[in-house]
Design a protein around this ligand. Structure first.
Ligand SMILES: *Cc1c(COP(=O)(O)O)cnc(C)c1O
Length: 468
């Protein structure tokens, strides 16, 4: 028998010993990585990036001990990571991982549960069911709302819009799951001019078309102008935004939902990060009326600070989500309880409720409100510092997003590049209504006031040097 076969299949105590030692080894490396986050450059060095080439070897014939595999990953991979788990990463909309949710994620890896069915993992199914109830209550959504745990807001948009498409067509007497879209009565899809690309991607995947949408003009914050809505009817899906990815602005949900309701249309809310504002008293004005919509998408890996990947879809009538997503096969034993796979596109998948449960349980309602409110207050502190130094803030800072211009497009682009190279923090660029801007998104529990002061000081210093 070959050496490795012996170790992995025959010798139980040897195998246990190996598991112990790899877990010890991992824990030591993990602590070292986390300790180093605050002192390292946020973006990896050129040297670290070129060292990635060392991983690119031909696949060898013989097995390699797990410890050696982990050492390679840590010694070459860790320095090449982006320090988005630290407190000074402000790119895209990227949260960190709360201690409880990180630990839950690691334990979930140890458990290795298949989240497909109650029968494959009672604990995963139970945790999802609890999270579904907590989240519906936190977001103030109606009783009876169905919830699915997906990989992110893109899939949450996809799932909510699938339920919308199917339900509206079913009302027209057309079963799209059976007959497909060819020959179906047309559905009109209405989006705002500042719609997120992931929503268009979902529409494309669903056969609803990315270009046949009706675009509604948006104001200077990216909010859909409700008066510009076309005539709605029972064959319309209106897609609104809770949190524009550049400005953080919210579409006027109350007004749009009222109009849609009168017309019998469906309202879908892309609330990838902004929906979390609905859980906080002091920010609830932003999302007023949002509970009158029919489906909602949110991310947990952004502002809830759970590890990737994790998004959530909600559909007002849980039967409509179930009808769009459930499958049946004789071997997929059903328990009569909530079956996780009846609410999502996948069958086998990660048991994502584990980390969401841990995050919410560790935060409580107060901790969650504090996480969201501090993201907002950090963003406005950032904006005040940059404005005081003479730079223009392009958006009303209503949430956790800040857009700043350093002058013309070239200067702004040059300064963004220098900030990224400097490594104190990381911010990305964007185009906002014809202007080049730097985007700041404060989405991590790790970010402190000191992180904002230190980052703002570095940005101001670099921008002044570059302008001289
Ligand atoms: C991030 C984001 C998405 C896409 O979410 P993923 O989790 O990356 O799939 C959709 N809409 C908005 C507004 C976002 O900010």
């Amino acid at each position: 028998m070959k050496d490795y076969m012996f170790c992995y299949t025959v010798c139980g105590s040897e195998r246990r010993r190996r598991m112990d030692s790899i877990i010890d080894d991992f824990a030591r490396r993990a602590i070292h990585y986390i300790d180093g986050l605050s002192s390292r450059n946020v973006f990896p060095s050129d040297e670290a990036l070129s060292n990635l080439q060392l991983l690119d070897t031909p696949l060898q014939e013989k097995p390699l001990p797990a410890e050696d595999v982990l050492a390679l990953l840590d010694e070459i991979g860790s320095p090449a990571t982006v320090a988005s788990a630290g407190g000074r990463y402000f790119g895209f909309v990227i949260g960190g991982s709360l201690p409880a949710s990180l630990a839950a994620n690691l334990l979930a890896g140890v458990w290795d549960q298949n989240g497909v069915l109650e029968a494959s993992s009672p604990v995963a199914a139970k945790l999802e069911e609890i999270c579904a109830r907590w989240l519906v209550s936190l977001f103030g959504l109606p009783a009876g709302t169905g919830t699915g745990f997906v990989s992110g807001a893109t899939m949450a948009n996809f799932s909510g819009l699938a339920a919308a498409r199917n339900a509206l067509l079913m009302k027209q007497g057309w079963n799209v799951l059976e007959k497909g879209l060819f020959g179906a009565p047309p559905i009109s899809v209405i989006v705002g001019d500042e719609v997120h690309v992931s929503l268009l991607k979902a529409l494309g995947l669903l056969g609803l078309g990315q270009e046949r949408v009706i675009r509604v003009a948006a104001d200077n914050q990216g909010r859909m102008i409700a008066d510009r809505l076309p005539v709605l009817d029972e064959k319309s899906i209106v897609c609104i935004q809770a949190g524009n990815v550049n400005t953080g602005a919210f579409d006027p949900s109350d007004e749009i939902c009222e109009r849609a309701r009168e017309a019998g249309s469906w309202v879908h809310v892309d609330g990838a990060f902004g929906l979390w504002a609905a859980t906080v008293q002091s920010l609830a004005h932003l999302s007023r009326g949002i509970e009158k919509a029919d489906s909602w998408a949110a991310d947990a890996h952004k502002w809830l600070n759970v590890p990737y990947d994790s998004g959530i879809v909600f559909v007002r009538d849980h039967e409509q989500l179930r009808a769009a997503m459930s499958t049946n096969a004789a071997y997929l034993i059903e328990s009569g309880k909530r079956e996780p796979s009846h609410y999502v596109p996948e069958l086998s998948r990660r048991a994502r409720g584990i980390e969401i449960w841990a995050a919410l349980r560790s935060l409580g309602r107060m901790g969650l409100a504090d996480l969201i409110e501090s993201g907002c207050s950090h963003a406005s502190l950032f904006a005040r510092r940059l404005q005081a130094a003479g730079f223009e803030i392009l958006n009303d800072v209503v949430l956790n997003q800040v857009l700043v211009s350093f002058g013309d497009a070239d200067a702004t682009r040059r300064i963004i590049k220098r900030i990224q190279e400097d490594g104190t923090c990381w911010c990305g660029g964007t185009r906002w209504q014809g202007r080049t801007a730097m985007r700041i998104s404060v989405s991590s529990w790790k970010t402190t006031v000191e992180d904002i002061e230190k980052s703002a000081a570095a940005i101001v210093r670099i921008a002044h040097e570059e302008k001289r």
